[in-house]
Design a protein around this ligand. Structure first.
Ligand code: ATP
Length: 307
């Protein structure tokens, strides 16, 4: 079942058309990452899906509620957390969470929920200190914990780890994975493609107002050139034999190695190995190299990046 469905979303600011027909399908209990250059329209998309602004055309539903016809239903089902923290610095971590529990009318159950979130998010030791004394990582964890007081089914995470050190970033990733294991759906925007690679089940690239590519990280990486297989030989005669039978192979520097363009799919690897086998070419070892998401992002979006 889809947690988020959007078809033909359009939105302009004045005569600047930011979204030109965006379609999105996000399965429940998965992480979906929307990538795009600065100004591509990611925040605009999140704002439409979280009912902060209306689309000028198209339709969308989140957690089974139509964003235009039932915005309150959407709001009851989602959490939004991002770059601009909702944490009140003058309050302690516990008080911030308590405030959210009161806003969600949790009554007596609120106290238990607050304590459980403090422990789950590793802020119990600092629970009664003012949030102004928290590190950046603690503040982000508190911010996300505050979103979870209302038990949302869908969470929009806008750049959740920007500015965090690698350890805090990994702690945040673990939290996201736990949430997804519990059935929550995460809609993630991030500047760090490594983060999308780590967390996202599916990734969409927004460019020039449209989704230009969508798939798993591996599918996207296979779409662009640059992937190759490195064949390692322990005898120069075998390398020469391989050069004769494999198309487009090139020597890899001084090493006894050949670089063969390849998309890294099982079928193309099998075809390459079968061909070498047919000609009795002995390969010592091989490794595959696929482009990373940075390569994908640059290849798919570079045409419109402003100078
Ligand atoms: P970033 O990665 O920089 O956060 P983004 O992909 O989230 O960018 P948006 O914030 O959705 O992009 O903005 C898309 C475009 O719409 C930008 O050109 C921006 O200047 C413009 N824009 C956004 N909000 C408004 C607004 N309220 N009024 C006018 N233009 C806006």
């Amino acid at each position: 079942m889809n947690a988020i469905t959007a078809t033909g979303l359009r939105r302009s600011y004045g005569d600047h058309e930011v979204l030109k027909g965006v379609d999105l399908f996000v399965q429940r209990g998965t992480v979906f990452s929307l990538l795009g250059a600065n100004g591509a329209g990611k925040t605009t998309t999140v704002k439409i899906l979280s009912t902060l602004i209306r689309a000028h055309a198209g339709s969308a539903s989140v957690a089974g509620h139509d964003v235009a016809r039932d915005p309150n239903g959407v709001r009851r089902s989602i959490g939004v957390t991002g770059q601009f923290s909702a944490v009140d610095n003058l309050l302690t971590g516990r008080e911030n969470l308590k405030l959210m529990a009161d806003l969600n009318h949790l009554g007596g159950a609120g106290k238990i929920k607050v304590q459980s979130l403090l422990e789950q998010f590793d802020i119990a030791d600092a629970a009664d200190k003012p949030a102004s004394t928290y590190s950046g990582g603690m503040r982000r964890r508190l911010d996300l914990a505050m979103t979870l007081v209302g038990s949302p089914q869908v969470i929009f995470l806008d750049e959740p780890t920007t500015g965090l050190d690698p350890r805090s970033r990994r702690a945040m990733w673990d939290i996201v994975r736990r949430l997804v294991a519990d059935g929550v759906t995460i809609f993630l925007t991030t500047q760090y493609l490594e983060e999308a690679d780590e967390l996202a089940d599916r990734i969409a690239v927004l460019d020039n107002g449209k989704i230009v590519a969508e798939g798993t990280a591996d599918e996207l990486k296979r779409r662009i050139p640059g992937g190759h297989v490195l064949l390692q030989f322990n005898d120069p005669r075998h390398l020469d034999a391989a050069l004769r039978v494999v198309r487009n192979a090139s020597r890899d520097g001084e090493a006894l190695a050949l670089r063969v363009p390849n998309d890294g799919s099982v079928s193309s690897l099998k075809a390459l190995l079968d061909r070498l086998d047919e000609h009795s070419v002995l390969v010592d070892s091989l490794s595959t190299h696929t482009p990373d998401l940075d390569d994908v992002f640059l290849a798919l979006t570079e045409k419109v990046v402003q100078p």
